[in-house]
Design a protein around this ligand. Sequence first.
Ligand code: CAA
Length: 445
Amino acid sequence: MTAVGIDAIEVWTGNLKLDLPGTFAPQKGEDPEKYTKGLGLNASSFPDSYEDIVTMGANAAYRLMDRKGLEPKDIGRIDVATESAFDNSKPVSTYVAGCLEGVFDGDFHHANKGERKFACIAGTQSLDDACNWIRAGRNRGRGALVIATDTALYARGDAGEATQGAGAVAMYITENPSLVELSTEQGYGSADETDFLKPNQQFPSVDGKRSVQVYLARMREALEDYESVAGDVHPDDIAFIPFHTPFPGMVRKAGMLGYRHITRDTAIEDDLAAEIGRQPREEAFDDEAAYHDALREYMSALKGTDRYADWYGSTIDPTLTLSREVGNWYTGSVHLARVSALKHGLENELELAGERVLVGSYGSGAQAEIHAETIQDGWREEIAALNIDEQLASRYELTWADYEEIHDAHNHDMDVDIEPRTTPEAEFVFDGWGPMGERKYRFVD
Ligand code: CAA
């Protein structure tokens, strides 16, 4: 079967930055270490007043098309995944196509466009749709543009305010890709859950503590389902596991549970047994409470072992570096985690071609999906072309007063007009409203 996957990727961060331990925590009367150590976050990215999901998505796609020398005729499909949409009919992909047609020769009149919604997992679902469209032979030699773009803002005072973020990831999906090939095997964990939702409202209603438990339960189901088709996962076969990362502390929990699962009945469990005993088995306990106590004790001991620390340091931690600086990008978050891991590989001169990555996506409501990817020969060149470090370094750092103003300016229920904090350069910007309530955009050189 022909290899299908991600040929190229580009990211676009919101142009503003909120320092969480330095600016946010003191205003909330909290210990800065809740952010740096507990949640695992240093900063959140925010959109400037001229930025939104269209500008960020179009800017990531513009960088990608420009760098790869792509024209609209090379793209047969544009799917935008978002949970920050502002229109119940007209999809964001049409706005993005309109922006791109303003700067590239040709048009997207023969490209299929859509918008995918299932909370944060929609970006991975769009990626899956694009791969299937190519595998079905319906692409006429063209690739698919998949864009995951979100402004992850919470109501002021909500517990989720600590985990905000804004940014977009654009991916070009083709046959014989340069970056990663996707496995056809995948596993799902899906159930009707009420952990995080936006019933026709801009800011989410969240049961934060429950959302963490639902994430872990659905991810575990997805892993078991994946193993039922692909066979057991072994830690030695996987270079990185990029998870959906609402905040790195969430992934710390997922990584721990995942490691316990994939080491069960392996030589690793045997090696660890001398130090911390074997994993508790449910059938050995008369009551559930005693089993859960034993599990907690085992996990706490496992966390303290060098073996676990080494695995976490090489397989999970590299996926979190970018997330620590930008916060939650919802649909883009797991795709940024993949970039973060590969960037670590580049900076540490790792030989990654042919290595496998296990990708754990999650969307509230709720569904997890797991699939594998094989890193391709062109990965180094693709990742070296990214300018994410420069983007992060050039963000304007918000004071608390700036933050309050910018949050209000992006609140759909408020009519607040503010001066931008940054000067746009070679990017699309929001340019006001049209007569039918449509949004207008222009490219600033
Ligand atoms: N030093 C070190 N650690 C500290 C600390 C300190 N001084 N103070 C607190 N911490 C630790 C806490 O122990 C906790 O870690 P553990 O969970 O490992 O115990 C962590 O910091 C967070 O502290 P709290 O639980 O007290 O924080 P909180 O009450 O503000 O709530 C939250 C955290 C529930 C994640 C909240 O930010 C929230 O609701 N976020 C939005 C929902 C979310 O992101 N859920 C994730 C799963 S759902 C999903 O993934 C979809 C999505 O994208 C939204």
